[in-house]
Design a protein around this ligand. Structure first.
Ligand code: OAD
Length: 236
């Protein structure tokens, strides 16, 4: 039974909660131009458009409810404690609303606002506007606290440390198209630990995993968690 587990999740984890994925048919990047709404250059060009995009994501998120996969991961964390590291590329708070704590949001969070001028962070209002002043320095330089393409993801040191110590790496609901997250499976292989893909279908990097299960997250994640919890109670 693996003790230290690192789980990386992506948009597929929240898909059945009604939040769109990015690269599937009808995904967000088929409707929006990524370079316009998810890059620093796009924000400099048209901040109102970028705020509009994330305001819509925030509104969707507020309407959504955690699903059985979020609940299962929260349950696993309750049993595994600090030996489980939950890393997500998702900017929603559905894991937290299912009870999970200390979730590492490597691509930022919709619930947070960031001042591009002084670096201050605060709770994002439902709708952000380019003219909003920063509560700390009063500059109208507020941006969503989201990591855009071309920016460095958050908490990379903590993630690298957890990967080095891990005994199992699990990837859930991510296409493995965006680095550095897409490279975590290779890092886990170098460490020499088992790697498991839980996804609707094989991702482009599926061949890198030592084990895989395919199906909707709300089915395969609770089933996998139940096996782990059963195994751990049997071995104690
Ligand atoms: P993608 O849209 O690239 O991939 C979603 C994955 O989830 C695909 O492999 C789907 O097959 C799978 N999937 C869809 N529905 C599922 C379900 N019900 N159950 C299980 N799996 C399902 O999303 P991400 O990999 O999360 O970054 O994208 C990574 C990053 O690219 C995002 O964080 C975002 C995006 O551009 C930024 O915006 C910086």
């Amino acid at each position: 039974m693996p003790k230290r587990i690192v789980i990386l999740s992506g948009a597929g984890l929240s898909a059945e909660s009604g939040l769109g994925t990015f690269r599937d048919k009808d995904g967000l990047w088929t409707k929006y131009d990524l370079s316009e709404v998810a890059t620093p250059e796009g924000f400099a060009m048209d901040p109102a458009k970028v705020h509009g995009f994330y305001n819509a994501r925030r509104a969707n998120c507020l309407e959504a409810q955690p699903n059985a996969a979020h609940e299962a991961l929260s349950q696993l964390q309750a049993a595994w404690g600090a030996d489980l590291t939950l890393v997500t590329q998702n900017v929603d708070d559905l894991l937290e609303r299912a009870g999970a704590r200390e979730v590492i949001h490597m691509h930022g969070e919709l619930t947070s606002a960031l001042c591009a001028s002084c670096g201050h962070r605060w709770t994002a209002p439902r709708a952000m506007d380019p003219a909003d002043p920063c509560p700390a320095c009063a500059q109208p330089a507020t941006r969503p606290d989201i990591v855009w393409f071309g920016e460095i993801p958050y908490h990379m040191e903590a993630i690298e440390t957890a990967l080095q110590m891990a005994e199992l790496f699990v990837s859930i609901g991510t296409s493995g198209e965006v680095y550095p997250a897409a490279g975590f499976v290779q890092e886990a292989r170098i460490v020499g630990i088992p790697t498991l893909e839980l996804n609707l279908e094989p991702s482009s990097g599926s061949g890198l995993f030592t084990d895989a299960r395919y199906g909707p997250a709300t089915e395969i994640v609770p089933a996998w968690v139940a096996e782990l919890l059963e195994g751990s109670s049997g071995s104690s």
